[in-house]
Design a protein around this ligand. Structure first.
Ligand SMILES: [Zn+2]
Length: 344
């Protein structure tokens, strides 16, 4: 079968690899019908040390279950499923409490040697706990939006939940990538009265306005902080969604949060320490977040996608075939594409 393998920064190849097969009785093999390239795939694309074996890439997918192991009972051959970016058993105490990304058996597709979804097919461990059966046909026009339930929409929603977005609240979203834009959708969906997006790619902030942002702040650093304060009666936002993970964006997120407010972090931190820790302390700012338990959020988000109340698939602005995945990486790295969908 064909699959995407990254060998070093800037070196992504689509190659013939051994077919995905059942290895454990809890596995399923999923034939991928839609996958996508994630902003987080761009970190190794920029920084990966050369590797002889390479890393199988991709953690966002919709597909059809092709084979199941002997102990798989919830999903069946032929089911159309969405695959969250992490696999989880669905039964441990963390899964039962909705924190599937802390599952005692967790693993992250397309990372640390796990196989990836930018491929014709892949093996899915703990298929019963991981895969979510979709009630639509494989060629449904909703597939792009449904695909975002595997990561970016669930991740934007997690940022909003961690940031305590609710009716009447002022939300600010740091970052205008796909997750930030989904954060805008989530903040609107949860009833925020004012939604400020911080970003400076005009095509993206224009889309953010269409998705529910009420103001755009294109400034950075101290100027961005001043601008947000101006827009919020001098105090800052109640709920800040940090969707980037760089020191500057984290520092800004804390500075634009009003005393007693909350920051929901979903940008993977690129530094071990958090900037502005003292600022957060003296303002009693709550900081939470982490890898989103997107598996837990599908129940809540799916009806809104199916009934057209939210359209997170709008963040997918380019589609490539599997052989053109390397071009998709480059287009996203060059900021010529916001987010690329793959049709194997
Ligand atoms: Zn678990």
């Amino acid at each position: 079968m064909r699959a995407t393998v990254m060998y070093a920064a800037g070196d992504v190849r689509v190659e013939t690899v051994p077919d995905a097969t059942i290895e454990d009785p809890t596995d399923a093999v999923v034939r991928v019908t839609r996958a996508s390239i994630c902003g987080s795939d761009l970190w190794p694309y920029a920084t990966m040390e050369p590797s002889e074996t390479g890393q199988s890439m991709g953690h966002e997918a919709i597909g059809v279950v092709e084979e199941i192991g002997a102990e798989v009972g919830q999903v069946r051959r032929g089911d159309l499923v969405v695959m969250p970016f992490a696999f989880s058993d669905g039964t441990c105490e963390f899964c039962r409490h909705g924190l599937h990304t802390a599952c005692v058996h967790v693993g992250f597709f397309g990372n640390n040697g796990e196989n990836g979804a930018q491929a014709e097919a892949l093996r899915v461990p703990y298929a019963d706990g991981t895969l979510y059966k979709l009630p639509v046909s494989a060629d449904d026009a909703l597939l792009p939006s449904l695909l975002t339930l595997s990561d970016v929409m669930g991740t934007g929603h997690h940022a909003a939940m961690c940031a305590g977005v609710g009716p009447g609240k002022i939300a600010a979203v740091v970052g205008d990538g796909a997750v930030g834009l989904c954060g805008v959708i989530a903040a609107k969906r949860l009833g925020a009265e004012q939604i400020i997006i911080l970003g400076r790619h005009e095509d993206r902030t224009t889309l953010a306005r269409e998705l529910g942002a009420t103001e755009v702040v294109a400034e950075r650093g101290e100027q961005a902080v001043s601008r947000v304060k101006e827009l919020t009666g001098g105090h800052g936002a109640h709920s800040v969604l940090e969707c980037v993970g760089l020191d500057q964006s984290e520092a800004t997120a804390i500075q634009i949060t009003r005393p007693g407010g909350k920051v929901g972090r979903v940008g993977v931190p690129q530094s071990a320490s958090m900037p502005n820790s003292q600022t957060a302390f003296y303002a009693n700012v709550t900081i939470s977040g982490g890898p989103a338990p997107v598996r837990a959020y599908i129940d809540e988000l799916l009806p809104d996608v199916l009934e057209g109340r939210i359209e997170p698939g709008r963040v997918l602005d380019r589609t490539v075939g599997l052989d053109d995945v390397p071009d998709g990486y480059q287009a996203m790295a060059d900021r010529n594409a916001l987010k690329v969908m793959v049709t194997p």
